[in-house]
Design a protein. Structure first.
Length: 366
């Protein structure tokens, strides 16, 4: 059985930022805590989907709300343990391992923190394959499975139990509680049999995130980094990464009448005199190059700081910074009709339908 020790954390940090597609929250402080904890207490077991007990029960733990507020009041993992204990009492089940809902940003690290506190293994899979902002944007929902019963601990230490059978309503009600309870919540939920998880989760995403993150440890040059990114991704469940643009951040703004924030780049090098615009709702959702669609959700649109050659989320983008924009196809689990009805561009208020990277850059992919 594979194990996750402290040497995994830096790669998971970078891989999680890349898979965050601009969102997912700041993770560096939690990564340091995890490194220290794993070095002191030992590694966490990582189990594959095919090794799950078909009749065994498994549960997910995660953070929701503002990751920035979570960083100000650093989680210890004990919040998740407490929520998990209450979920055990509610269901009468003993959970055999923990599941990751969102395999990106802080939520690729937090289940690992709780796993170390409980001694439970972590499943090498997740329900999003990237960062998404809402609870219904999961493979659980695509399979018509609810996230409840779900126990949430708000940042003031209050317990909340949810039993909604509609995931949209669950999202609405949990967000309201988190907003009123300090802006951050920690939950345990999605209790599910192993036979079902084998069928619905996106496999291998935790180990893939680490493999992706290792590319950023000692990248050498940008050209070497891009080459290695392509090597790691091209035979993955995702598909080959592709350079979409390189340029300097010219403007960080928002569209007042909509929920969209924007990042506008002015091209550098071979992209000189060109413009690239990214539309954002927590994550990078739509990109335009010279007013033509360059990429769109659920495909990933991620940024690399050209000075450090590290992936960055949108909170770390500053005016004048030179960045590379990298696209990566979403796993096929996110591209079905059922999935696109929940995570496609129209779900975020965009009027046009999904155009995959493989179609936009046909000659590159085929």
């Amino acid at each position: 059985m594979e194990t996750i020790d402290e040497k995994w954390i830096q790669p998971l940090l970078y891989g999680g930022i890349f898979l965050g597609s601009g969102g997912g929250g700041r993770t560096k402080v939690m990564a340091l805590l995890l490194q220290e904890l794993l070095a002191a207490k030992g590694a966490v077991r990582l189990i594959q989907l095919e090794d799950l007990e078909p009749e065994g029960m498994y549960a997910a733990v995660a953070i929701m709300g503002s990751p920035e507020l979570a960083e100000e009041n650093l989680p210890t993992g004990h919040e998740g343990v407490r929520a998990l204990d209450q979920l055990k009492s509610l269901t009468g089940e003993e959970f055999l391992a923990l599941v990751t809902v969102e395999g990106a940003g802080v939520n690729i690290l937090y289940p690992l923190l709780v796993a170390r506190r409980t001694g439970l293994p972590l499943v090498d899979a997740d329900a999003m394959g990237r960062a998404f902002p809402e609870l219904q944007m999961t493979t659980f929902h695509f399979a018509q499975l609810t996230g409840t019963p779900l126990v949430l601990i708000d940042s003031r230490g209050q317990d909340h139990i949810f039993s909604e059978e509609d995931n949209f309503l669950l999202e609405l009600n949990t967000r309201q509680v988190v907003g009123e309870g300090g802006g951050v919540g920690f939950f345990a939920g999605f209790p599910t049999k192993g036979s079902v998880l084998r069928r619905i989760l996106i496999p291998g995403t935790i180990s893939f995130a680490a493999e992706l993150g290792r590319v950023f440890i000692s990248p050498g040059s940008y050209s070497q980094l891009l080459e290695n990114l392509i090597l790691v991704t091209k035979n993955s469940l995702y598909g080959s990464a592709i350079e979409l643009f390189i340029g300097f951040v010219q403007d960080i703004g928002k569209i007042e009448t909509l929920k969209w924030r924007t990042i506008t780049l002015r091209g550098s090098g071979t992209y000189a005199d060109e413009e690239f615009k990214i539309l954002i709702q927590n994550e990078n959702l739509i990109a335009y190059r010279n007013n033509r669609v360059a990429a769109m959700v659920p495909d990933l649109i991620s940024l690399i700081d050209m000075e450090t050659l590290k992936p960055i989320n949108n909170n770390d983008v500053t005016l004048g910074m030179e960045v590379a924009v990298i696209g990566m196809p979403a796993p096929v689990h996110l591209k079905t009709k059922k999935a696109l009805n929940v995570v496609g561009p129209q779900c975020f208020g965009y009027k046009s339908g999904y155009e995959p990277l493989e179609k936009l850059y046909f000659s590159y992919y085929y």
